[in-house]
Design a protein around this ligand. Structure first.
Ligand code: G6P
Length: 603
């Protein structure tokens, strides 16, 4: 889990590496480092901290080398120290390497290398790559890399430079993303396109087990592959007038709903048009059960989808934690399909679950935001979110987009089964109103900010919801604890609190209740009563016009009335804002919460 960059061309490498790495900080930000080469001179720097905090100093460094690599780290093996920051190097300062991934057999290989006389300076698995390559190096770097990789188990995206075989960067990938950006007489390397989009829009995605060599003089030794185009603008990766990406992305939620449904509805027929599923249409119509897979926020979207698929498409559906799926022994048959939900399309746990499903020969679909990502390439068919780049580490707009597409998929699958045209049309017509409803909620931002301030003195929160809004309670709690990490939050199903957690509740432990006027409204009211009787303070998300709950609780946030299955798309918006404002009130960096990373590419 980390971000890597590289450059080889005619310009000084360092400023390009710094700007690229800044864009990859969401992948990890506990330490960073660079290596650049200029004939026999080299430049090596490693620091603990975020690159954005050091940017000015870094841009003052003048080093002419036009070949280099860089890395931003999210610690997996070895503590957060300067010695453990990348790039790592071999015993003779010849081989310099950055790595994203995990070498699973590193202890075994390391012990062997120590016996052979290698001297290690860090606790990382990455350094083992350097010494292993050193062992096989006889003047040709790519040959040494190939031989070394035969002894490696795990996943990796690596970029390697050797002082004794200069003028090239050797790249290799297995299970972690690695791209090459192509421009005239220069090449860029990165874990994702945002690091290179200001220099080139033409990229090549490396394949697993591929070893590539890039050099400035047009030697591009990758196997024949078409260039792909990056189809988004650099402005998408800028904060514009917002103080933080997370806030910008929450305020984009109405637009991502709009984008998710654009051109995907045939209202008169009551059907959803999902082009990416067409090639699987026939198989999908025969599917008898669905397994939805995801991690973190994406899993909560999947749980909401499960509710939708079962109620409206009558399709037996189950959500699984992606990291658990492949290690359990799930009962699958030829009429089972999986749907992997992932913003990045790179989450290793989800990707491995997809591979497992494919090994078992079942239909694997994806709901992915990043075009061309590993999950989108690994699945048989799928739908793209079109939510644009999401930079804030905590997923927000991608979640709202996932819910919107899962609602469309419900219509798609339902209409293949028993759903009537009238029901299909009713859902779609209601979905068309959602962007405006979402805007209306966001127009209450100042009020929600005030509420966040009012509740910012509490250190524990409970989130409750039922049925469609149970996963929203989980998402609300996750969002709050991940970005406002000084507070603890737990989410639960409204009916479950009386079976244990009620013991926690008193005046110091407020509860956020998601309680729209729907089929479980009365039952949620019971939960509210149970909390109130224990002196718990309540902030409730309720349907516009509801006076009853308003009179029972401390504070309410109103959301417009919509179909029950679509309420989560609206009810989560105030929770996203609430957590962002509360974390800001506590002085925290909402874009880069401690210990986390956006895209976790290790299992
Ligand atoms: C990480 C992020 C979460 C995200 C999860 C799944 O844990 O911190 O915000 O929900 O990965 O990411 P994905 O890209 O697969 O949706």
């Amino acid at each position: 889990m980390c971000g890597i960059v590289g450059y080889i061309g005619k310009k000084p490498a360092l400023p390009i590496l710094v700007s690229g790495l800044k864009r990859l900080e969401y992948r990890g930000y506990d330490s960073f480092g660079f290596f650049a080469l200029d004939k026999n001179e080299h430049f090596l720097l490693k620091k603990v901290g975020k690159i954005s905090e050091w940017e000015k100093n870094l841009l003052d460094i003048s080093f002419a080398g036009n070949l280099g690599i860089g890395h931003t780290r999210w610690a997996t093996t070895g503590a957060v120290t300067q010695a453990n920051a990348h790039p790592h190097f071999d015993c003779h300062n010849n081989i310099f390497l950055v790595h994203n991934g995990i070498m699973e057999n590193y202890e075994q290989v390391k012990n062997k290398l120590i016996k052979e006389g290698h001297n290690f300076l860090s606790e990382t698995d990455t350094e083992v790559f350097c010494h292993l390559i050193e062992k096989y190096f006889q003047g040709n770097l790519e040959e040494a890399v190939k031989q070394a990789l035969r002894e490696v188990r795990g996943n990796y995206g690596i970029a390697v430079i050797s002082k004794k075989d200069p003028n090239k960067i050797v790249l290799a990938k297995f299970g972690a993303p690695l791209l090459v950006g192509v421009s005239k007489d220069e090449y860029f390397v990165a874990s994702d396109p945002s690091a290179m989009v200001s220099y080139t829009r033409q990229i090549i995605n490396l394949d697993d087990n591929e070893v590539a060599v890039i050099s400035p003089d047009n030697h591009f030794l990758l196997k024949e592959k078409p260039l792909e185009q990056i189809d988004w603008e650099i402005q998408e990766a800028e904060k514009n007038d917002y103080s933080h990406f997370m806030l910008k992305e929450i305020f984009e939620e109405p637009d991502v709903i709009q984008e998710a449904i654009r051109g995907r509805m045939e209202l008169d027929k009551g059907i959803a048009r999902l082009g990416g599923l067409e090639q699987a249409r026939e198989r999908l119509s025969k599917i008898e059960n669905f397994i939805l897979l995801g991690c973190g926020t994406a899993r909560y979207a999947a749980m909401t989808g499960e509710c939708m698929f079962e109620e409206y498409a009558q399709l037996p559906t189950k959500t699984e934690i992606a990291s658990e799926f492949r290690y359990r022994k799930p009962v699958l048959n030829k009429n089972t399909a999986i749907l992997a939900v992932s913003q990045s399309g790179e989450t290793a746990d989800t990707l491995e679950a997809v591979k497992e499903a494919k090994r078992k020969g079942i239909l694997a679909l994806g709901l992915v935001n990043m075009v061309g990502s590993s999950i989108s390439r690994e699945t048989d068919a799928g739908v793209y979110n079109r939510a644009g780049v999401e930079i804030g580490v905590a997923a927000t707009k991608s979640f709202v987009s996932q819910l919107s597409i899962l609602a469309l998929m419900t219509v798609y699958l339902g209409r293949q089964r028993e759903m009537s045209m009238v029901t299909g049309r009713r859902i779609l017509e209601e979905m068309k109103k959602l962007p405006d409803f979402a805007r209306k909620i966001l127009s209450q931002a100042d009020y929600i900010k005030e509420l966040a301030k009012k509740y910012s003195n509490y250190r524990n929160f409970y989130f409750l919801g039922r049925k469609y809004n149970y996963p929203i309670a989980l998402e609300g709690a996750l969002k709050l604890k991940e970005i406002a990490w000084k507070v603890h939050a737990e989410g639960n199903a409204g009916g479950e609190i009386k079976h244990g957690s009620l013991a926690l509740i008193d005046e110091s432990f407020p509860t956020l209740c998601i309680c729209p006027t729907d089929s479980v409204y009365d039952k949620m009211k019971n939960a509210i009563g149970e909390v109130k009787s224990r002196k718990g303070k309540i902030l409730a998300v309720v349907t516009e016009g509801n006076e009853e709950i308003k009179n029972m609780v401390e504070d309410v946030i109103y959301i417009p009335k919509t179909l029950e299955m679509l309420t989560p798309i609206l009810s989560v918006i105030p929770l996203h804002l609430f957590s962002a404002y509360l974390a800001l009130e506590l002085g925290l960096d909402i874009d880069k919460p401690r210990n986390l990373a956006k895209s976790v590419t290790v299992e």
